[in-house]
Design a protein around this ligand. Structure first.
Ligand code: 5AD
Ligand code: SF4
Length: 470
């Protein structure tokens, strides 16, 4: 690569200048053709939201985007560390990039996100994946121009490790591909240290965004025509705890709800130890707040909940659920559950089954326990073999499928307001969602995408409904 940039001049430049310099370097590297990036995201909504910022920064640097690996000049994987399976998938897919890099040596391969916050993972990438050029964690998105600059100019591999960032970068551009639904992080990190979970170690301590910044972003999103906003955080119910001004999540919801416009608000994830009656009351009276509560219970057994360090009991969980059902009779409740926590007995697992039956979740995210290095649970005895846990897991799925089937059948004949999100792969069919986040297929000749419509529920299929516009 011919170097026409004066390196010394580049080392101390202002922010705007830095962008211009990196842009020029990128054009040189890719021989003045339009550079293309492929960004692949693994894991949760927070990761997808981070990827929108990563794409925003890359777009500012002049990148266009492609879905085709062979066509890309930069391939970036935003990784997830929540379970071993997620990590294995990433390693498999990174390994497959070796051949692509051999065919295209100027390709930049970058890995970021939660996995890259773990020392043992970074060590493995360093030694076993020498074709990876750039590694950075969840706190370094704002540094992408600087990191790419280092790779291009110094022609070296870059491993960026920021342990925890105290300040939230508010000025990052966001590239949203979906034009109907947007997510807005209201806080980052987690302080809960559930004993099985790696998130507090990889995403750092809990930090709330200033309400004024959130309100500004949400207003802009609504004004530009978005119809649904999901407020994101690992535990949205503890929003505001580290802010100087006194504000909690219910108050934030009320302020957002008072913005004019036709839109829905969702939020996730809530933690049962912090979910308050005040939050349910706010949901019940809000004009725009969806009648959907995602409240992970993880286990229905008090001994396991204690070992999970969850700080609530089965009884406390059911109390808040019953209050929500009383205040919002048509509320849809969803949850996360873990099967086979270390030391869990079949009898304890049966308490999880009975809780599922008692609550009647409209859907569940179900997980078999996965050992995460560095967590407390990883030090506990885990005598039940995986095959046995899989049997319990299948039993749970069977129970939940029956519950959801019945719940969906009970909706036949009811009128529901839905937001039409997309076209289905079937001709003339659109996919919409109820306020409770249940999918509904609607047949229509017109393009309904982005519209709220009232539908009559005609039928219940496995995991979705069908309806017609009324
Ligand atoms: N094993 C299995 N499931 C886990 N989760 C988090 N950590 C683990 C783990 N080590 C699940 C929890 C959490 C969801 C996002 O992922 O249910 O709520
Ligand atoms: Fe993990 Fe618990 Fe924090 Fe959720 S609340 S991210 S499960 S530590």
């Amino acid at each position: 690569m011919q170097n026409i940039i004066d390196t010394n001049k580049c080392l101390n430049v202002k922010k705007g200048e830095e962008l211009e310099i990196v842009k020029k370097l990128i054009l040189q590297r890719f021989k003045n053709k339009v550079p293309k990036a492929l960004v692949r995201t693994y894991g949760c909504q927070q990761n997808f939201s981070d990827s929108e910022k990563i794409k925003g920064v890359l777009a500012e640097l002049g990148f266009f985007f492609t879905g085709n690996e062979a066509d890309a000049d930069l391939i970036l994987f935003n990784t997830c560390a929540i379970r071993e399976h997620a990590e294995d998938r990433v390693f498999g897919n990174v390994g497959a990039l070796k051949n692509i890099k051999m065919k295209n040596p100027s390709l930049i391969i970058a890995l970021c996100g939660c996995m890259m916050e773990q020392e043992h993972i970074v060590k493995k990438i360093r030694t076993s994946f020498p074709f990876v050029d750039l590694v950075f964690g969840t706190h370094s998105i704002s540094k992408i121009p600087e990191l790419i600059y280092k790779i291009l100019l110094k022609k070296q591999r870059v491993f960026e490790n920021v342990v925890d960032e105290k300040v939230i970068s508010e000025d990052l551009p966001v590239l949203r591909e979906n034009k109907i639904k947007a997510s807005v992080p209201i806080m980052y990190g987690c302080d809960n240290f559930c004993s099985y979970c790696v998130v507090p170690y990889v995403r750092g301590r809990e930090k709330s965004r200033e309400p004024s910044n959130i309100l500004k972003e949400v207003s802009e999103i609504i004004n530009s025509g978005y119809k649904e906003i999901t407020l994101l955080g690992q535990n949205v119910n503890s929003y505001g705890k580290n802010l100087t001004q006194s504000i909690n999540f219910s108050e934030l919801l009320k302020r957002i709800d008072s913005i004019d416009g036709e839109y829905w608000i969702r939020f996730m994830t809530s933690h049962p130890k912090d979910a308050s009656c005040d939050l349910i009351d706010t949901m019940a009276t809000g004009k725009h707040i969806c009648k959907h509560l995602h409240l992970p219970f993880q286990s229905g057994n008090n001994n396991i909940l204690k070992k999970m360090n969850r700080h609530y009991t089965r009884e406390k969980y059911l109390e808040i659920i019953n209050y929500a059902k009383k205040k919002i009779p048509d509320i849809s409740i969803t949850s996360d559950v873990i099967v086979g926590f270390p030391g869990e007995t079949y009898e304890e697992f049966c308490d999880t089954l009975s809780l599922i039956k008692e609550v009647g979740f409209s859907s569940l995210f179900t997980f078999i326990y996965s050992k995460r290095e560095g967590t407390i649970a990883a030090t506990l005895d885990d005598p039940i073999p995986y095959e046995e846990k899989s049997k319990w897991f299948s039993e749970l799925l069977k129970v939940q499928t029956e519950i959801a089937d019945n719940l969906y059948k009970n909706m036949i004949g009811k009128k529901e307001r839905v937001l039409v999100e997309d076209k289905s792969s079937k001709d003339g069919i659109f996919i919409a969602r109820t306020s409770g986040n249940i999918a509904v297929e609607i047949e229509d000749k017109n393009n309904l995408i982005g519209q709220f419509v009232d539908v009559l529920i005609l039928d219940a299929k496995r995991s979705y409904l069908t309806g017609k516009i009324v």
